[in-house]
Design a protein around this ligand. Structure first.
Ligand code: FAD
Length: 736
């Protein structure tokens, strides 16, 4: 671990204290001495019993945010140039007394800080590797199919945002994992790293990063690996890589690796079994050995023998190159088994989306020689009709997958080329997904990050802003209890703290970071002239009635299916000046696989209390509070921008508003209304008026004033109807 020091500090007597950064609260975990190093940089070599103790504590905390505090004495060199250690010999009468100083360095374990690798190895690692997912599905013995999607890094920022929009929709179908390619020659290294971090931590899907050796000295390889490791990513597709553009042959870079085998060996030697390692397999032989469309038998066998070496060196899954002749794939699997390759071999399926792309791709991969003649014959008459080619591609992909599944192989890897339709259509044809039956394991998507897998309770306030919630709770370490521990001490990252967060692109403010596509939608739908507050009511109502797709208060696309059950009621109260930003209908024992309100898979029953959250004027709040007296089942929390709180519950009353009952499980209650979190959320909710909505207008636009007036005078109100059986939450708004 390298730390920067002020050059007045001397290392001999430094004491270092590590703290856990649990947002505001820090607690000491141990001390260790820095035995050597001085000047602007010192190498900290933690050792001794205290350090051992610290390591034990770190293992329990699973934390990735740390503070290092160093205490020492120093002499002001402006006043005296003698070195601290030589002070006794100093002859100056005005030589100042040494002053104790403290240096505090906060950091998050990411690629830029190489913390001793054994530190992260101490962290409890959840079972999230691709191999474990495949093994789990196989062990279930219920014909389950493991499917996954591959994406590549787009060239433009808009492309990246579109990709994430697509990914969100595709991930809703529960792929076992998704992977992102590494641009040829390392051309997309930084982008691939950013995307994979966001996939794992924000899209919340188990993610696998491709990593190639092209142009990658070992330091760069390690930078990529430590970066993803510290971001909770456990899966890597280890590749040699193709030559960069303009070169024919792969050239080993100085200090780098010659082939994927070397990379696999390095990963196992350096990182033990932290990573799940996948490698590439070539049913038709690697392009380098293909001559005139075919691999000579001898070369094919040597390719296979080499593949076995990759597996023997520690790879635990093989994903294959694309192919269009299923028999060739099945023969390849058989050949692998013959030579003792036992790990799962996952077929790579690339649906044909358009004719030219298909010809280019099969030419590049040299699979052209082995495309069945009936495929070429079917494509020839329709090759200029993109729609027909795509339909044929879906048909062919479906038939190929059926044959593979019939052979007993239960894994499918779809090369999506960043397009969703064909991949999803194939899975739908196979009966593996159903649009109306998108199942959610919880009402919110469970994070894939290994540090958060045990989380199972969230405050309802961020229901439409899950990414903001994740970013504000980075580093929480109390998920072993499933939740944030003591709700009174819910230490959320302050809005301005986001700059410090790890997986934030360009270190911008994530809470207010909206994809550009979202910004465009907001601009189109919300940047309209506002003359009065009634124009604001109208906007909120339109969103609730489904006339707008975007809302400044939501990261999601349009209304949630359950909101449509109550959207007319919501529209009505918005017109009355109760500007709703979050809601859920009451549910009393709906089946847990209900397409609108279900979660947790089939076989259970789900429940929820009616909930609505809105902004309203102080006058309307007074009227509402008065009316609430006639509705004893209602509980409310109201707060204005300044923090004046009005409520009919105690600050400690955490209210479960969603829960589920499942066979052979304890009751799960994933969503709560928590007063302490509400006070934290209100800052974000009020800030959205200015930062997201008002900012859509030019500086001097009068609409900004209307927005700012509402922001500064209104209350944010959270209202629950606790009678989820007979209650009518909206009745309280009648005649207000
Ligand atoms: C599923 C999949 C994903 C891919 N993703 C990417 C990506 O994200 N980015 C990218 O740039 N490329 C990607 N590729 C392409 C891949 O990088 C190229 O095919 C590359 O030429 C080979 O990579 P490899 O890992 O298979 O290489 P290796 O496993 O190292 O093998 C390359 C060839 O060399 C031979 N070989 C190497 N060493 C030996 C040896 N010691 N003894 C005998 N034979 C040897 C192998 O038999 C094989 O023919 C992907 C390929 C596949 C199948």
């Amino acid at each position: 671990m390298n730390l920067e020091f002020n050059n007045h500090l001397y290392s001999d007597d430094l004491n270092i204290t590590l703290y856990r950064a649990s947002c505001q609260s820090f607690s000491t975990i141990g001390n260790c001495v820095i035995p050597e190093g001085s000047g602007t940089e010192a190498v900290v070599v933690p050792h001794g019993p205290l350090w051992d103790d610290a390591r034990r504590k770190l293992a329990q905390w699973s934390t990735i945010e740390l503070r290092v505090e160093i205490t020492t004495n120093f002499i002001d060199s402006e006043k005296c140039r003698c070195r601290f250690k030589e002070r006794e010999k100093c002859c100056r009468s005005d030589c100042p007394e040494p002053t104790p100083v403290k240096v505090v360095t906060d950091f998050i374990l990411d690629g830029s800080v190489t913390f001793e690798s054994d530190l992260l190895n101490l962290l409890e690692v959840a079972k999230m590797k691709v191999i474990e997912k495949i093994q789990e599905a196989t062990a279930a013995n219920d014909d389950r199919v493991v499917f996954s999607f591959e994406f590549f890094p787009p060239k433009t920022e808009d492309g990246v945002e579109n990709l994430f929009d697509k990914m969100e929709r595709m991930v809703a179908h529960n792929p076992a994992f998704c992977d992102i390619t590494w641009g040829a020659g390392g051309s997309t290294a930084d982008l691939t790293l950013e995307i994979v971090k966001r996939m794992q931590n924000m899209v919340c899907v188990e993610s696998m990063m491709h990593l190639t050796c092209t142009n990658m000295p070992v330091e760069k390889i390690d930078h990529a690996l430590t970066t993803i490791k510290s971001n909770g990513i456990q899966n890597v597709l280890a590749l040699r890589g193709d030559p960069p553009h303009g070169q024919d042959k792969f050239v080993q870079v100085e200090g780098g690796f010659a082939c994927a085998l070397d990379l696999v060996k390095h990963m196992r030697a350096q990182y033990g079994d932290y990573f799940g390692i996948t490698v590439a397999g070539y049913p038709e032989g690697h392009p380098d050995i293909i001559e005139n469309g075919l691999a000579p038998e001898e070369a094919y066998q040597s390719d296979l023998a080499y593949l076995k070496k990759k597996v023997d060196a520690g790879a635990d899954v093989i994903v294959t190159q694309l192919f269009y002749d299923t028999d060739i794939f099945l023969k390849f699997v058989n050949d692998c088994r013959q030579i003792g390759i036992k790990c799962p071999i996952v077929p790579g399926i690339m649906p044909i989306n358009n004719y030219k792309g298909f010809i280019r791709m099969t030419g590049f991969c040299k699979t052209k020689g082995q495309i069945p003649s009936e495929v070429m014959e079917a494509l020839e008459p329709i090759k200029d009709n993109e729609e027909a080619v795509r339909a044929y591609g879906i048909h062919l992909g479906t038939e190929m997958c059926k044959k593979i599944l019939a052979s007993g192989i239960r894994t499918l890897h779809l090369y999506t080329l960043n397009m969703e339709k064909s991949a999803l259509a194939i899975l739908a044809n196979l009966g593996l997904i159903e649009e109306s039956k998108i199942s959610r394991s919880l009402p919110w998507r469970r994070p894939a990050n290994i540090f958060r897998v045990k989380e199972d309770v969230r405050p309802i306030f961020w229901a439409n802003r899950p990414k903001s919630y994740i970013s504000r709770t980075i580093g929480w370490d109390q998920y072993p209890h499933g939740r944030w521990g003591d709700s009174q001490n819910a230490s959320y990252g302050a809005l301005t703290d986001y700059q410090a967060c790890i997986f934030i692109q360009n270190r911008s403010l994530l809470a207010f970071m909206r994809p550009r596509s979202r910004d465009k939608k907001l601009q189109e739908e919300w940047a309209v002239p506002l003359k009065s507050v009634e124009d604001i009511y109208e906007k909120f109502m339109s969103f609730c009635l489904g006339k707008l797709r975007s809302s400044p208060w939501s990261e999601l696309d349009g209304l949630q299916p359950e909101t449509k059950i109550i959207n007319e009621n919501l529209g009505n109260i918005n017109l009355k000046g109760f500007l709703t930003i979050n809601s859920q209908p009451a549910v009393n024992g709906a089946k847990s696989d209900s397409p609108t309100v279900g979660w947790g898979g089939p076989g259970g029953y789900v429940y929820q209390k009616a909930y609505v959250e809105f902004f309203c004027s102080p006058e309307r709040l007074t009227a509402l509070v008065e009316k609430c007296k006639q509705f004893p089942s209602l509980t409310y929390l109201a707060v204005n921008k300044e923090g004046t709180l009005k409520s009919n519950v105690s600050n400690n009353d955490v209210n479960a508003v969603t829960w589920g009952v499942f066979p052979a499980k304890e009751i799960i209650q994933p969503t709560v209304v928590d007063p302490a979190s509400f006070v934290v959320w209100k800052d974000e909710a009020f800030e959205i008026w200015s930062r997201v909505w008002a900012n859509l207008y030019p500086e001097a636009d009068p609409s900004r004033k209307v927005i700012e007036e509402v922001k500064s005078s209104y209350y944010l109100v959270s209202l629950v109807d606790n009678d989820y059986i007979h209650g009518d939450l909206f009745a309280v708004f009648n005649s207000i």
